[in-house]
Design a protein around this ligand. Structure first.
Ligand SMILES: [Cu+2]
Length: 275
């Protein structure tokens, strides 16, 4: 590599593993994009957490690193976030790749990261057509195997999420399980509104959300267009979307392969406007 800035588009294509990326040089990343495009402003971060199917668009500045070797590392536990350190080996899953800045600069580097990258219209709570509580639950099937479900229903169950085309909805992902699930919606790009801890036992008994802490805003590098969001255990993750522009049948699912296959995937239907 040459000693200047490089742009990397990173996709977590693992079945189930999360990565918390860091550069062992202590350098920051400049994150410029999320799943659905550019952020409004670059966000300087020392580490980047990325779940299966999430994407990040980053710039790493190697301009002062001529002759250096820089390793991209991972320190996310598996399963995330409560897995033991035994599942993270610094020599295998803890090491991702190495950059060697050993090619001389070919031309003058005048590049700058723009201060403003895009303009994202914030979706607000006004005129929201519907707020849905959508529990993520874990149980066992008839053979004693783990069964993960969205809203307690299987893939074959009747469709229950039917937004009308062009309307805004808030989906509350109520995670009663012990894992973070990367929840992915087809067709739409959504925005993350907030995450908030709730009383899981109370919810399991009554089906009602009792919050136990104030809401937390999404991280600065999540405040863009997203189609996959990390729904953490014991938290209600609120996302907002305008459903469209097409009608029809789509899906939403956890993007961990072993979860979506058994059976954390549900159809949803975008209905036409009523005449
Ligand atoms: Cu999952």
């Amino acid at each position: 590599m040459e000693p200047w800035k490089y742009r990397f588009r990173i996709l977590n294509a693992s079945n189930a593993r999360f990565y918390r990326l860091q550069l062992n040089s202590g350098q920051s990343f400049f994150q410029i994009g999320t799943d659905g495009g550019l952020l409004e402003k670059p966000v300087k971060v020392k580490q980047i957490l990325i779940a299966p199917s999430e994407r990040v668009d980053v710039i790493v500045d190697f301009s002062k690193m001529a002759g250096k070797k820089i390793t991209l590392t991972n320190n996310a536990p598996a399963p995330f976030p409560n897995g033991g350190p035994g599942n993270l080996n610094p020599n295998t899953t803890g090491t991702i790749m190495q950059f060697r800045v050993k090619v001389p600069l070919k031309g003058k580097d005048n590049s700058k990261i723009p201060a403003i990258l895009s303009n994202i219209t914030k979706l607000t709570r006004t005129n929201v057509k519907r707020v849905r509580n959508l529990p993520l639950v874990e149980t066992f099937d008839n053979y004693g195997r783990l069964l993960q479900l969205l809203t307690g229903k299987s893939w074959e169950g009747p469709v229950t999420e039917k937004p009308t085309v062009g309307t805004k909805e808030i989906w509350r992902l109520v995670n009663t399980t012990a894992d973070t699930h990367p929840i992915h919606l087809h067709l739409v790009q959504f925005q993350v509104l907030q995450r908030r801890s709730f009383d899981v036992n109370f919810y399991n008994r009554t089906g009602k959300i009792r919050y136990t802490a104030p809401p937390i805003k999404p991280a600065l590098n999540e405040r863009g267009l997203k189609d996959t969001v990390r729904a953490n255990p014991g938290e209600v993750t609120e996302i907002i979307a305008r459903f469209g522009p097409f009608t029809g049948r789509y899906v939403w699912h956890c993007h961990m392969l072993e979860h979506e296959d058994h059976d954390m995937m549900r159809p949803y239907i975008i209905l036409p406007k009523r005449k």
